[in-house]
Design a protein. Structure first.
Length: 96
């Protein structure tokens, strides 16, 4: 199982692969995605027009993040990959 996370437009978070979903995003502080393997990612749309993904916590299925370059209109989103997750939850806050 593999899941790829990207941003689209200026307000959509896309989940593709074994789980397919589209979430409305673009909170100023970023949006959180939590996966069943324990991975938590923060995704945000920056003022420079690039979607950035940052790991908060990584689980065993976290593969990594490929960063998009600044200023490339054709490649405006980081790309994260998580494997072996059976669900994903979208939210705005995390408690520790």
């Amino acid at each position: 199982m593999s899941i790829v996370i990207t941003g689209a437009s200026d307000d959509l978070i896309e989940i593709d692969g074994d789980i397919t979903e589209e979430f409305y995003g673009n909170d100023e502080d970023g949006d959180l995605l939590a996966f069943s393997d324990g991975t938590v990612l923060r995704i945000s749309y920056t003022r420079s027009g690039v979607w950035r993904i940052v790991p908060i916590t990584t689980g065993p299925g976290f593969v990594g993040i490929t960063q998009a370059p600044e200023g490339d209109e054709d490649n405006y989103t980081d790309r994260a990959e998580v494997t072996d997750a059976t669900w994903v939850v979208h939210g705005k806050a995390i408690a520790r």
